[in-house]
Ligand binder design. Structure first.
Ligand code: AMP
Ligand code: GLY
Length: 422
């Protein structure tokens, strides 16, 4: 069979690499992919825009693609699955109505409240003066979120009332686009974890647990990013915590969506905050696999991903299991030094062919005119080490990074620190 993966980041490299391992798969196509997918055995890039649904569907028909996997949220929120379904083309991901769980924080907060699913208390505002009065009444710390897709950058965890008011002015002030909305949330203390499942509307299967590192610098300092590294499993998600996540969050979410007339089929990413007593609450939902979580998590999945996705499309996930590799994985993101701020592109990357003992997933990379690999984004690579214990996995990832170089290379040196000292 032929599989098409839509997207160009590290998550898509991991999805394509995983799909290509299947005995049933003759070729994996990636639209548009990156230098890593271009060089991956059994994988070929096709220069198609993830938002150009007619061109993607024409390609799927001409090429005889049997299964399409959608990586990023933007095409899902814009209805790529609805478009493919209308033409009878198998495409794994949530429809637009279901993807609102990521696309609109206001929708999600109302959904969670309506179905009694634990999350931070909140209020939604469109008028600056009313939002300011609410913040003054609540005090700090407090969390301010722009509504709509903001690629992880629309969230301000304000330590002081002044920071919160400044964030409100930026999001709702006179320079903000008409119709802007903010969600103001109670600050939740605790430890975060990523809990990713695949769902077929009714049944679901949890992937191995993981933990991301959203802040740019060591010690969880600095601005929020898309994620600077992730590891699996996440020890904070004990068997007891996992049972609570399933009973209090995942099952009620899928059931609540069905009650609201929405069938959720696809990857569902639950961002959790787990308090000191082990009680989980929802920080956010994403309608897709995590990035960089996909790189270490899929590295621990032994099952054939294409079999699981086809079973989900047929509503047969209840018959399946995910076979987990007991080894640990640690994925360290190699980024541009100035990320998440502006950064140059086109820096040549040296040493990729000498890497041993770890898997290098590409994110923001491209092939230059001479065929050499160059940087093409803020997060450039994710290097995954795998071993029977956490320390071994971490050592392999960091040892492999030492051999790779480009002028603006930067990375966190403490990925997985909570696995050692929570
Ligand atoms: P989000 O885009 O909603 O995932 O928010 C980005 C990050 O902000 C999360 O990963 C958390 O670290 C933090 N955050 C968001 N909401 C809250 C909250 N209510 N309490 C504490 N931290 C939060
Ligand atoms: N790593 C966080 C995310 O994928 O949203």
């Amino acid at each position: 069979m032929k599989v098409l993966v839509i997207g160009s980041g590290g998550r898509e490299h991991a999805l394509a690499w995983k799909a290509a391992q299947s005995d049933r798969v003759t070729e994996v196509l990636v639209a548009p992919g990156n230098a890593g997918t271009a060089r991956e055995p059994g994988v070929r890039n096709v220069p198609l825009d993830p938002m150009d649904f007619p061109a993607l569907m024409a390609f799927v028909r001409d090429e005889g693609v049997d299964l399409t996997l959608v990586g990023p949220e933007a095409p899902l929120v814009a209805g790529i699955v609805d478009a493919f379904e209308a033409e009878g083309l198998p495409c794994f991901g949530p429809r637009a109505a279901a993807a609102q769980l990521e696309g609109s924080k206001a929708f999600t907060k109302a959904f969670l409240a309506r179905h009694g699913i634990p999350t931070a208390a909140y209020a939604v505002f469109e008028v600056l003066g009313e939002a300011e009065a609410y913040v003054r009444a609540q005090g700090a710390p407090i969390v301010i979120k722009a509504d709509g897709l903001a690629a992880g950058k629309g969230v301000v965890v304000a330590e002081t009332e002044g920071d919160a008011l400044a964030a409100l002015r930026a999001m709702l002030g006179s320079d903000a686009p008409a119709g802007s909305r903010v969600v103001i949330e109670e600050f939740m203390a605790g430890e975060e974890a990523s809990f990713i499942v695949m769902a077929d509307g009714e049944d679901f299967l949890p992937f191995p647990t993981s933990q991301d590192h959203k802040r740019r610098f060591d010690g969880d300092e600095g601005p929020n990013t898309g994620g600077m590294g992730a590891y699996s499993p996440a020890p904070v998600v004990t068997a007891e915590v996992e049972a609570r996540v399933l009973d209090r969050i995942v099952r009620p979410t899928l059931r609540g969506l069905l009650q609201d007339g929405i069938s959720y089929r696809g990857f569902l990413y639950v961002g959790l905050m787990i308090d000191a007593a082990g009680n989980p609450r929802v920080v956010e939902f994403n309608c897709r696999f995590g990035d960089p979580e996909a790189q270490p998590v899929l590295s621990r999945v032994r099952s054939d991903l294409t079999v699981l996705c086809e079973a989900a499309l047929a509503g047969r996930l209840g018959e399946m299991v995910i076979d987990e590799d007991p080894d640990w994985t640690v994925g360290v993101v190699v980024a541009m030094e100035s990320y998440p701020g502006a950064y140059p592109k086109g820096e040549p990357i040296d040493g990729l062919d000498r890497v041993q003992g770890a898997k290098v997933f590409h994110a923001g990379t491209r092939l230059g005119d001479s065929g050499a690999v160059e940087t093409d984004g803020g997060r450039v690579l994710c290097v995954v080490g795998k071993a029977p214990d956490f320390q071994g996995a971490r050592e392999k990832a960091y040892a492999a990074i030492k051999g790779v170089s480009f002028p603006s290379l930067a990375y966190r040196t403490d990925i997985g620190h909570r696995a050692v000292s929570p």
